[in-house]
Design a binder for this molecule. Sequence first.
Ligand SMILES: Cc1ncc(COP(=O)(O)O)c(C=O)c1O
Length: 935
Amino acid sequence: MAGSIAAARPLRAGFSLAARASSKENNLTDAVIKPLTEVELDERIREIAGKNKMLRSFIGMGYWNAVVPKVILRNITENPAWYTSYTPYQPEISQGRLESLLNYQTMVTDLTALDVANASLLDEATAAGEAMIMCLATMPAHSTKRTFLVDSGVFPQTIDVLHTRSIGFGVKVVVADVQEAINDPAIAGDLIGVLVQYPKQDGSIVYYSDLSNKVHELGAHMVCATDLLALTLIKAPGEWGADIALGSSARFGVPAGYGGPHAAFFSVKDALKRKMPGRLVGVSKDTMGNPALRLALQTREQHIKREKATSNICTSQVLLANMAAMYAVYHGPSGLKAIAQRVQQLTQALAAAISAKGYKITNDTYFDTLTVEVPSAADVLSKALEKGINIRRVDDTHVSITLDESVRLHDITALASSFEGATIPSSITTGESIPSALLRTSPYLSHPTFNAYHSETAMLRYIYYLQAKDLSLVHAMIPLGSCTMKLNPTSTMAPLTWPELGSLHPFVPEDQAKGYHEMIKELEDDLCAITGFKACSIQPNSGASGEYAGLMVIREYLKSQGQGHRDICLIPVSAHGTNPASAMMAGMKVLSVKVLANGNLDLADLRAKADKYKDNLAAFMITYPSTYGVFEDTVTEACKIIHEAGAQVYLDGANLNAQVGITNPATCGGDVCHLNLHKTFAIPHGGGGPGVGPICVAEHLAPFLPGHSQVKTGGSQAMSAVSAAPFGSASILSISWAYIKMLGGSGLKEATSMALLNANYIAKRLEPFYHVKFVNGAGRVAHEVLIELAEFDKKAGLKVSDFAKRLQDYGFHPPTCSWPISTCMLIEPTESEDLQELDKFCDAMIQIRKEVNDIIAGKQPKDNNLLKNAPHPISVISLSEEEWNRPYSRTTAAYPLPYLKIRKFWPTVTRIDDAYGDLNLMCTCPSVEEMEAKF
Ligand SMILES: Cc1ncc(COP(=O)(O)O)c(C=O)c1O
């Protein structure tokens, strides 16, 4: 698994790791994590998966059995060209997934009838949390209002997460029948927003038009959690006054996966778009004037907002959003409607059968969900279970059933027979289960993209047409500092799409998920062994979500110690933007700590601030090795200072790839850390998600790990949930579990050594050409290399982005640009790249440096040269002689090094005009008229 360089070169002396674990502390040996061969791994995962019971589940609550079209399953979900790509920050080599995400946004805006949708959030419950805070953030500046009214028809797991999210912002969540509660003057006078579920959790469909008017009269926002499939038949939220719509797009072809990952959708009215969290794809144009896509309004990203943030969302659910978008492209508007109508009709048939036996169905309006009053819910549940079916127990005398696309006649026959042998009538006269005022009449998905690819041949070609535009790990190394784009081994990925892992509803009885529980326990134990901590929660479904969870755990702990007043969080200026954003969300005040000119933490500043604020200091957040790519030898001292001030240390584990097996966050002195399983532990980035951000904690924090309203998780004094599902994005945990098991204790350590060695190899090769900004006392970097490019701006007017775009011509995805320092590039090779690939990358960087020399020497003009004009797609290389007005040849532009003649990846557009796109914001598939008007 480690690069081929691994066997050839042992780690040389000279790495001075400040917090190197002693041999006693560093217990990561093969005895602790026994390595498995690929064959053994296969046997073991089959054994584990076999312990999950694959019953049919019609529990609902925002989770369905999805039917994944095989053309999507095989060519997107299981295709490394889609799942290994990175977040599309380099749009010229990401046009494929950007187009697919634009389709996703178009699908969501059309179905919800709102103006702008983002390219996904983490899950429905956290999306509701984001909406609540948006309601607060969009109140007039002087407003002191704080009440968020939540209808009792909203899913309980959403309400649980809302409670958690409300704490940091001082929002008061009131759960009630909204139609009545809105008339309560205490609520009405303090209202920031109202959340309804549409259809409600009991299945009923309520018209919220009047309620919306009242909410607007009160100066608040109307938020609607909804279901995309239902919206093909019922009036869209935007048509009856909702300002924000959200929900899960999972039933568009994404398996339940014991809770996830799934893409949450989120759309808003135009007036709210600049406050919307998450990433937004927009249409702009390239330097040739051709339409081109890129992430819009990037300054909204939390990396930049830091202390002013109201959201910390970074990694989201891009791969799952792409699956859902492709599902809509494949079925088209009439296909989706036919699926919805079939679900509704089968629900009507079931309703007829159950009511014929004298049972009362408590919701007389419905799309796919029936709530039934029964003498004993336990009896009905056990009868359904005898037939291999799970339904929802609402309370002692009510059950509910939610049908979906997967349902077959024998399923509803079996379901009906659980109600004293009810039978499905051979013909039914169905009343209208959707009130006529709520029937959808407006069109949706009329754009050609949703009406052109309904045959498998056409769909397959569309998927491959988009895929060919994107550079992913199948093409080259993606040396993204702080993002650890390592190999996603096929053996670890393969089980992911097995039905034994994919088909489980997150709220099935525990004895049906024994395999999952075994795997989760083993993964938690391994992560504890790796971090040196005592307990773990795998609920957070991104790194930033882990940060938030960890800080909330600290908050709960301090409260339990009578120290609840402590609310200051110290964060180095070099920290990732999600750190201060998460601290803000946890209700903490953020104060910056300086760093020294050599990149190390300014210990004197830390000491002074810890002393000054010792009575109110809650936490210190630190990334180790630092975001500047060095192991600081003061880390243990820094943690000591914080502990002496009575506060807790949060260690951001994004850089754990430099620690595993060599040191660990506990040894460094931390109390809690998050790990990015989508970085260090081989879960692919998916083009911007999914991710998993588990937190590991020291013993004193373990009681406070997050719980869940439906399934027991967390510690003895568990805080409320941070994610919709009890075990977060459970299905992809199998990837990290398998990665750890295959490497074993010693293999993990060797992988870390290789990551360090590879980074130091690059540093040494580039040193004669570029200024390596920070090294430690021994002249070493950690697992990544920060190179300073400021001098080239002064000498040749070249920015970091010019180097990045030119690297695209060499077939590489550029390293992390302008972060953590605006004039730098952060290069992280990981252990997965072999010497040949490292050399190829270094050769490219060195050749670019030569091109820069020509500009500095005046051989090429500062405004018309290889870097400023980069990238050079075929549309440029094929310009006519007259049009080619450049002081260099086409060959130099496209084939600057010999390897490119053999293997060349072509960007598909020239450099994109960000300003144009932001000024003319367009976030849905453009119509022909729009294209004509704007391009
Ligand atoms: C240092 C650091 N911390 C936190 C995060 C946030 O992780 P996520 O994107 O999974 O939310 C990142 C992401 O790149 C990071 O680099």
